[in-house]
Ligand binder design. Sequence first.
Ligand SMILES: Cc1ncc(COP(=O)(O)O)c(C=O)c1O
Length: 398
Amino acid sequence: MKLLVPSTGTPISFLDILVGVTSLLNRPMAAFGATLKAYTNKKHCYFTNSGTTAFYLILKALKKLSDRTEVVLPAYTAPSLILPIRKAGLKPVLCDISLKTFNMDIPLLGNCINENTLCIVPVHMFGAPTDMEAVMEIARRRAVFVVEDAASSLGTLINNSPTGILGDVGFYSFNRGKNLSTLSGGCIVTDNAGLAEKIRAECALLPKLKLVSRVKASVKLVALSLAVRPLFYTLFYNLISKLKYTALHMDFESFAYTNFQAGVGRSLFNHAGKIFGKRYDHGMFLFDKLNGLKGINLPELIPHATTVFNQFPVLFNDEGVKEKVFERIISTGIESTKLYPNPIHRVYDLGYDTNREDPLPNATYFSKRLLLIPTHPMLNVAGLSCMVNIIKEGLGSC
Ligand SMILES: Cc1ncc(COP(=O)(O)O)c(C=O)c1O
C-alpha cells in the first residue's frame, strides 16, 4: 500500500491530548498565554478562534486610536486577509511582491502609504521572513502602525527574535495548516499598553462556544492528531479530503478560543523546538539541493534569520513544467500544493482594473508559477529527496 503524506501537519501526540484534558482543571488559557508571553517576551497576549479574528480585533482596536482607513498588505498572500479589513470598515491597499524575497516588495512600500494609511501588514509568507528592520524604518518615518502577520511563521527568528514581535502588534494562527496547530486558533501579542487595552476589550466581547460546539471542536482536534499521520491519512483519505475547505470564504465567524485547545497548545509548545527544528531542517535540505538550478527560483533569505518553513516555495519559470512536476509529486503520494492560484486582486473585487495592464504583475506571475513542497515533521529525507529528484527531472537537469 502506498502511504499518502498530507501537505501540512503538526505531530500532536496522545500525551498532548491527555495534557489538554487534564489541564482543563488548571486555567489552560492563562498557562498557554504565559508560555507565549515568555516565548515572545511580550507583556500582552490574547487568544481568539482564528488568525483572521485576531487580525480583525487588532484592526478594530487600531480604529479606536486613529481615523485613518487604509491597510497596506502584500498582493500575494492569504486572500482571506481581505475579509477582516472590509468587516472593520477599512480599505485594503495592495503592495506588489518581490520575485526575489516572495514577500512584500519593500522599495514599493513607500508608494502605497499616504496620509490616510492606518497600518502596514508585513506577512512572512511560507515562514520566510520579511525584512522587518526596513519595514519598521518606513513605518516610523511615515508614522503608521505595523501589524505583523506571523500566522505562517511561528518559530522563524530574525536576529534571534521571533517573528510576530517586531511590529507594534503581531498575530499567529494555529489553524491545521500552520507550524503549530490546535485545529484552529489565533493569538495576538503586543507591548503597546494602549492598544493592548483596546484588544483586551474586543476579546472580552467574543462569544464563548456552546458546550456541544466545544465538545465537537475537541473531538475534531483529537481526529486531527490522527489524520495528519500518513497511515491514518491513507486509510481515511476519502473522509478527510471531504473535510478540507475548498470554497472561497466570503465571511468569517469570531468567537473565543477553547480551553481544551489552549491546553493542547501549551503541551505542544513544550516540544515546539523539535517541531520547528524539523521544519527548518527539511526546508534547508530542499534549499541546499535546489538552490541554483536553472528554471526555478527560491526565496532569497534575509541574513541572520532562521527560517521555519511552513511549506517550501519553489517558483518555476515555466508554468507547464510546474504543472508536470506537481502531477509527478502527487503521484508519489506526497501532497504538494499550488496555493494560492490567484493573487488577491483577482480573487476579490477591490476596484483594480484587471482587464488593463496588470497593476500588480509580480503577484500574478508568482501565483501561476508557484509550487509548495511540504516540510512538516512527518516527512523524511527519502520523501524530500524523491521530490528533489522529480523537480530536477522536470527541469531536465538530471
Ligand atoms: C498569512 C496568513 N495570515 C492569516 C491567516 C488567517 O489565519 P486563520 O486561518 O487562522 O484564520 C492565514 C491562514 O491561512 C495566513 O496564511
